[in-house]
Design a binder for this molecule. Sequence first.
Ligand code: DAH
Length: 355
Amino acid sequence: MSTEVEAQIDQSLATLRAAFSPRFEAAAGAGGEPALREENAKILGKKGELTAILKQMGTVPGDARKRIGEKVNLLKQEVEARFEALIKTLAASKRDAELNALPFDLTLPGRAPTPRGHRHPVSSVREEVLDIFASLGFAVHDGPEIELKENNFTRLGFPPDHPATDMQDTFWTTSGTLLRTHTSNVQVRAMMSQKPPMAFVAPGAVYRRDDDVTHSPMFHQIEGFVVDEKVTFAELKGTLAEFAERLYGPGTPIRMRPSYFPFVEPGAEVDIGCVFCIQPSGTRRGCSVCKRTGWIEILGCGMIHPVVFEHCGIDPERYTGFAFGMGVERVAMLRYGIPDIRLLFENDPRFLSQF
Ligand code: DAH
């Protein structure tokens, strides 16, 4: 009796062993993961076929029961392993299908990186000028672009309604302040807030009602000033001569022409020997940039006026000082032969990429 049952169970196990794998594949193929899980439950579930076989074992005696138990367990493991493997295969092909359905092609080569940016010519000129003065012992001083008229004009010796005030054609705000017309306001602020000795350069944006090929309503200046006991005009000239050679090359000459600014006495404009028409012999032929003179104006300067010292609380009997101011765009235009200042503000990459 027991051998009969055992043979019967053996038979059932053999049938199931032959069938489970094709059944799983058919289910997965037809209904995917849900169908596969359902098929798995039909075999291994509480009411599954293998579970039913397991239950029959109760009727076989100990000896045979052990043998059958081992066989059942073995088959159970095979079924489980096959089920897990198929689940993995299904997940993998599901992912493949998703990737293939993406609206872009992952196999396309990457896009070439866009060209690297670089410093704007106005920025590089500013850095270069500041570096030169830093190496000569000047520190950098900041100042505001929105300023009181006292700091922009009055304390610098511009009398109210002075033609120079008018000449500079100022942008006034509604609250009675103005957009600074030059960086000379930083001289006032530095001298009012600290004691000599001092040597500063002050870069920044300035504003004037001006707009043509060489003038822009916003441009940049660099101011420089030194205040101490016994500062001389010779030191001013020596400083600017050194600056010219460092910026424009060894041997670049400067000349000073008397000029008027309300905040300096004496005042001067400084020219450098034209860098465009210099000949191998060192002479200058004259060209359109220097207007046939062989000289190009680069900055204004002078000895700080005693009245400015008084207005800023510095003793003019004890201290002297020099000051100068230059336009950064102007230096850049001369350096690179740029004919129109507006090119420097339009930021057209076709223009900027040339520097
Ligand atoms: N502030 C003058 C301008 O805007 C430039 C200048 C001239 C600055 C003479 C100075 C100076 O410090 O001494 O045109």
